[in-house]
Ligand binder design. Structure first.
Ligand SMILES: Cc1cc2nc3c(=O)[nH]c(=O)nc-3n(C[C@H](O)[C@H](O)[C@H](O)COP(=O)(O)OP(=O)(O)OC[C@H]3O[C@@H](n4cnc5c(N)ncnc54)[C@H](O)[C@@H]3O)c2cc1C
Length: 412
């Protein structure tokens, strides 16, 4: 009797980390068995494109990256609308809410995070309070925005900004509440924050700092207004919430896999339990530029993790060494993050400068150093020099003197 000796892989989460991993596993091994599981109803789509879908600049078709036919051609068994609810790490079996029991030789957990909900009085009784993480979230926000005149966006992160801009582009009057003293307070300094404030106000977005939603007051089951921490009442037909993600580590309960905020992995993206790997937003990985573990919520990081995890799940020994970058439109300008630009990290020093570019627009650059090695940067406005900076971070380039550091402002 012929024995099936194909290697079996299970991947939880079909975002860019999981789908890239599946693709690489197939490329390197035509006979392996791959199950790719998601609770969402779609094959891989581009989360980075959701803001432009929200604005009406992109169609849903353009947001999709993969279709079911691609999975069939690749012989990747895609299970949608299927939630993994338990893993038996000793027997190496994954259990789903649809009754599957899937054996694996190597398992990838690429489950990302779910958005934190608004938990204030009134919120649980009202429709039209939205998080902004999935394609379905986006479709619902668009439907409501089309029948709304006023919006509140709440949060000091990218997601809240994306919603503020999306509502603004759809001609709603937007009030943006930020709990801290500026947007991205853990990355930007006062100067960078003031620049972004000016850009948002130029687009007629009202920004209130030191404010968050304390209560939602409904009329007929929909929001009428929100009450802020200082007691202001702000009209809102629709409310967008960007209050961070809770990383999906709970699926590992009982497996013995170490977790903190994310799933702790070594430089090969393997957890402390043999055969279980993690990748993408949910992975708390070792970053050689900072010399410590951290998580990173960027598309490029998740895709690179997927590639490296695939190599190691198949028995390879490839370390993850990368300098992730993140570029996003910011109203009519652009913001780019390179490496680890952490303003709240006491081990890092930084220098920043705002100049006026040849079109008369402000351009802000901030560089971060650990022991004089450049470890990260933020560019607002012109993003020229981004790639060179990434290479300098990867090389661990040392800038010992003030003059050497200063020269970074002119790199292209
Ligand atoms: C609106 C928005 C805009 C963004 N813009 C940018 C940008 O401009 N640039 C950038 O670099 N990054 C951006 N990001 C971040 C980027 O999209 C993420 O870092 C990246 O998509 C993470 O990919 P992932 O594969 O790790 O996880 P995800 O894409 O989150 O995929 C994880 C999947 O696993 C599923 N899942 C979780 N638990 C289970 C379970 N138990 N069983 C089955 N399925 C499960 C989830 O539902 C999800 O479908 C943006 C994100 C959002 C939401």
């Amino acid at each position: 009797m012929a024995m099936d000796i194909s290697r079996r892989y299970v991947i939880i989460g079909n975002g860019v980390a999981g789908t890239t991993c599946a693709q690489m596993l197939r490329k390197n091994d035509p006979t392996c068995v791959i199950h790719l599981i998601t609770n969402e109803p779609y094959p891989l789509y581009n989360r980075v494109s959701l803001p432009r879908f929200l604005q009406g600049v992109l169609t849903e078709e353009k947001v999709m990256i993969r279709n079911r036919e691609w999975h069939e051609q690749q012989q990747i068994e895609l299970l949608t609308e299927t939630l993994v609810n338990r893993i038996d790490a000793e027997e190496r079996v994954v259990f789903t809410d649809k009754g599957h029991q899937l054996r694996y030789d190597a398992l990838l957990v690429a489950t990302g995070g779910w958005a934190n909900k608004l938990r204030v009085p009134g919120a649980e009784r009202v429709k039209h309070i939205y998080n902004f993480v999935t394609l379905d979230d986006t479709k619902e926000i668009i439907a409501r925005a089309l029948e709304s005149k006023t919006a509140v966006a709440s949060g000091g992160s990218f997601i809240a900004y994306e919603m503020a801009e999306g509502f603004n582009v759809r001609n709603l009057h937007v009030t943006w509440l930020i709990r801290g003293p500026r947007w991205l307070r853990y990355n930007l300094d006062e100067e960078g924050g003031a620049l972004v404030d000016g850009i948002a106000r130029k687009h007629n977005v009202d920004i209130l700092y030191g404010e968050e939603i304390k209560e939602v007051v409904p009329a007929n089951g929909v929001p009428s207004y929100v009450v802020t921490s200082s007691g202001k009442q702000i009209q809102a037909d629709v409310i967008g919430i960007g209050l961070g993600l809770t990383l999906n580590t709970s699926v590992l309960a009982g497996t013995g896999v170490e977790t903190r905020g994310g799933i702790i992995v070594n430089e090969f993206l393997e957890t402390n339990v043999p055969g279980i790997f993690a990748a993408g937003d949910v992975a708390e990985f070792y970053d050689p530029t900072l010399g410590r573990h951290h998580t990173m919520g960027t598309w490029d990081n998740a895709a690179s993790h997927g590639r490296v995890a695939a190599a190691n799940m198949a028995g390879g020994h490839t370390p993850y060494v990368d300098v992730p970058t993140y570029t996003s439109p910011l109203f009519n300008t652009t913001i780019a993050f390179i490496g680890s630009p952490e303003a709240n990290n006491e081990e890092l020093t930084s220098i920043s400068r705002t100049t006026i570019d040849d079109k008369g627009n402000p351009a802000y650059r901030k560089f971060f150093f650990k022991d004089d090695r450049v470890v990260g940067a933020i560019f607002i406005g012109g993003t020229k020099g981004r790639k060179t900076t990434g290479k300098l971070v990867k090389a661990g380039t040392v800038y010992a003197t003030a003059e050497e550091k200063e020269a970074l402002f002119t790199i292209e």
